[in-house]
Design a protein around this ligand. Sequence first.
Ligand SMILES: *Cc1c(COP(=O)(O)O)cnc(C)c1O
Ligand code: SF4
Length: 348
Amino acid sequence: MDEILTSEADSVRAHCSLEPEVRWQEAMRRAIRDPGELCRKLDLPESLADGRSAQDFTVFVPLEFLARMRPGDPDDPLLRQVLSVEAENDTPDTYSLDPLAEQNASVLPGLLHKYHGRALLVTSGACAVHCRYCFRRHFPYQTVPKGLQAWQEALDHIAADPTISEVLLSGGDPLTLVDPLLQSLLGALDRIPHVRRLRIHTRLPIVIPQRVTEALRDMLAATRATSWVVVHCNHAAELDGPTLGALARLIDAGVPVLNQAVLLRGVNDSVAALEALSLRLVDHRIQPYYLHQLDRVQGAGHFEVDEATGLQLMAGLRQRVPGYAVPQYVREQPGERSKTPIEPRPMP
Ligand SMILES: *Cc1c(COP(=O)(O)O)cnc(C)c1O
Ligand code: SF4
């Protein structure tokens, strides 16, 4: 597996010569938004891309992420996560626009409070990559408050409820906020005495690792509340040198980092792929947290791995890696008070 990763990285580095360091905002600005261009850059036929689904949910791929894909491979596990394809138009009708019924769980625009002790703030509608399987691909981000003024109602709600001891910043991706805005939001939450933990759910350090600047690291390390970072990475090839470096900067500063992944057909649906991901994470001090069953969102049907197969993969993984490298295999069920563990049915 390591051999594959090394040769993969080498071939790609040679293929797309990247400048050493572009500021993260510039990396966002120059990201690929045209599915045909994405194919061309990887020496693949443009016919692989589908225009209709790309209108429904646009393609957005930073060059830093592209650089980890294998040119000429239409089945590359990273490409599969981001390229709009024909199959998206064939998702069964049972797949919904809002599979988690989040519109009902919103206490306020942009604030979800479903689980005991934890409130989730949708801080930004923007992401640094568009993942085709995303359960929020149809989320009405236009209704998300923007700026501290707009968050005031959510902040008041959190301040008035002493049972909320943890606030999750999610999105979109909260790290798409510029530092001064993020700082004022973190500061406002940090001043609420019963908020003991801040949790940042982000894919940015994975796709554009230079987002983890010293300033960001210091900001997260300096909060009174304990800051946790949960990144989202589905395949070992996403964890290249710059990304592992970015995560090490956080961990070295005392910020714990967890990873969540989604079980995706053609991306990580083998014991070998899950094993490589888990080991690469724990080798670099990152704890695998969740492996999510795909949420049934319109456009993502071709990514589904059935739960029986998922359980077999988990059993295989458990035989190969240390216990602390095994993520919890869960699904999210609307109305439940926690994520639901997916476990083998007891023998009859
Ligand atoms: C997933 C989720 C959380 C966090 O759940 P954990 O099991 O603590 O990771 C909190 N709020 C909402 C709305 C969620 O969807
Ligand atoms: S980064 Fe997260 S929220 Fe954004 S598209 Fe990907 S999975 Fe969805």
